[in-house]
Design a protein around this ligand. Structure first.
Ligand code: SAH
Ligand code: SF4
Ligand code: F3S
Length: 469
């Protein structure tokens, strides 16, 4: 059962924001202090970063797009794979360099990586230039931490765990004014044997239906066109609430909100992906016809060792059900290559599954042992080079499938939400179909943040090209 951070505690933090503002006004007489917040990792982390920005903005900081010259820099870190952590250490080196030029710079690290004891310890011992380290359970206490730093130059290391708190109503500065992420649950209970998330984010806790619903309602009334509902396993949403709501109910109710917008969600755990969920996606016109359903592997032996709690045939059953119910649906997935004990013949089963499902795209990773997880201790005899070869084989296989999926769109008319300028050409805009495929299109009078009906004229491997109907 989730516990809300009490109104008294939130008020206390609001008061700290005011106190910080007072100090900053006295310190920065001729200019506004600026901060830079960078979130690594998943969209849930980016959503936390938006709240960190919200609190800093409330204290009076302006937001910068670069760490150089900022008065406060916060890295909201990720621990999912070793290379995610390496990136943070690399960029931290750069910050320390900036700090030599500006010793008053406040450096803060938060998020999943620092929630690990050994990382927090290393930061304390090896990086004395870091002023603030705070974990995933105490984000709402940032104002208090900042106050202590600003008022008496304290150093803060706080990675206290809670048994699951949710802070509602924190200020927020969103990355976009037409696409919004809305967390529906935090943490995870699944303990897949390779995964660090349950250790660093704590147990799964769902936000109340009312908080989510009113947040979405407000967003769409402010013109937001795409709402991304976020959780490590959205399909188990509500199982810890007394109200009896589940994810399908939440989708249905949000779908009833009277406005022109899209609903996306991630991530669906296959063990909890039910026919009810597929029926709901089929029935709800605003829910995008795209399912990110990470399979991780195509071998039952490895799925068991991963503690995924489904078999290949159960996975394919739900995929087939969805294909029959929603003919144009697209699927994406995550795959881990080279899990301990995986043989080439296990890997071949992954290739077979990938060919069978025909994903529009895949996120593929080489297994990275995480400290404290069960898989860290499993014996792993396949050399790195061999795993890399398997990964290349998988990438090649998926490239062909992606190309075919994209080709099948040529001639179709798709409703596209444009979200950026072309990656290679300023005269182009790029957007996404309901099924989450990328579409490039000449600008004409198209606008970022708006929908348009686009006729698909050409397909590349990773993107479609189209023209305004
Ligand atoms: N909750 C989501 C996944 C979140 S992490 C789910 O269950 O599907 C995103 C992806 O990172 C995972 O799906 C997995 O493919 C990958 N991943 C997680 N831990 C990993 C590890 N130790 N090594 C390599 N990839 C990993
Ligand atoms: Fe990690 Fe598994 Fe939870 Fe996903 S479901 S966050 S992979 S433990
Ligand atoms: Fe990374 Fe934490 Fe997300 S480990 S993927 S930022 S939940």
């Amino acid at each position: 059962m989730s516990k809300l951070v009490s109104p008294e505690e939130l008020l206390r933090q609001t008061e700290y924001m005011k106190k910080c503002e007072d100090i900053l006004k006295k310190t920065f007489v001729n200019r506004q202090p600026i901060c830079y917040v960078h979130s690594y990792g998943c969209q849930g982390n980016v959503a936390d970063g938006e709240k960190i920005k919200g609190m800093l903005a409330e204290m009076g900081y302006g937001l910068s797009n670069s760490a150089e010259g900022a008065d406060v820099v916060i890295f909201n870190t990720c621990a999912i794979r070793e290379n995610a952590q390496d990136r943070v250490y690399g960029n931290l080196g750069m910050l320390i360099h900036y700090k030599k030029k500006n010793p008053a710079m406040i450096i803060g690290l938060c998020g999943c990586m620092v929630q690990q004891d050994h990382v927090a310890r290393r930061l304390k011992e090896v990086f004395p230039g870091v002023n603030l380290v705070f974990g995933t359970h105490v984000i709402h206490q940032l104002p208090e931490f900042m106050y202590n730093i600003l008022s008496n130059s304290s150093k803060i290391y706080n990675i206290t765990e809670s048994n699951g708190v949710i802070a509602e109503g924190l200020p927020i500065v969103r990355e976009s004014n037409f696409k919004a992420s809305v967390p529906i649950s935090y943490g995870c209970n699944n303990f897949c044997t390779y995964c660090i998330v349950p250790y660093v984010k704590g147990r799964e806790r769902s936000r109340s239906f009312d908080s989510i619903y009113s947040e979405v309602k407000e967003l769409v009334s402010n013109g937001y066109k795409e709402i991304m509902l976020l959780g490590q396993n959205v399909n188990s949403y509500g199982s810890d609430l007394d109200s009896g709501v589940n994810f399908s109910y939440l989708l249905s109710k949000i779908n009833e909100i009277d406005a022109d917008f899209r609903i996306r969600f991630m991530t669906s755990h296959p063990k909890d992906a039910t026919k009810e969920l597929i029926d709901t996606i089929a029935r709800c016109d605003k829910v995008c016809k795209h399912l990110h359903l990470p399979v991780q592997c195509g071998s039952n032996k490895i799925l068991k060792a991963m503690n995924r709690k489904y078999t290949v045939s159960q996975y394919l059953k739900i995929i087939d059900y969805a294909k029959n119910k929603i003919p144009n649906i697209s699927f994406t997935s995550d795959i881990i290559v080279g899990f301990p004990g995986e043989t080439y013949s296990d890997f071949k089963e992954t290739l077979k599954l990938v060919e069978q499902v025909k994903y529009s795209s895949l996120f593929m990773f080489i297994f990275s042992p995480r400290r404290g997880t069960k898989a860290e201790l499993m014996s792993d005899s396949i050399p790195k080079e061999e795993k890399s070869r398997w990964l290349s084989e998988l990438i090649n296989c998926q490239n062909e499938i992606s190309a075919k999926v994209h080709e099948s769109y040529v001639g179709r008319t798709e409703r596209v939400l444009f979200d950026g300028v072309g990656r290679t050409n300023d005269n182009m805009l790029t957007g996404r179909t309901d099924t989450n495929l990328v579409v490039d299109c000449e600008k004409f009078n198209l606008k970022i943040g708006e929908f348009a009906d686009i006729k698909i004229t050409k397909a590349h491997r990773m993107a479609l090209v189209g023209e305004l109907v």
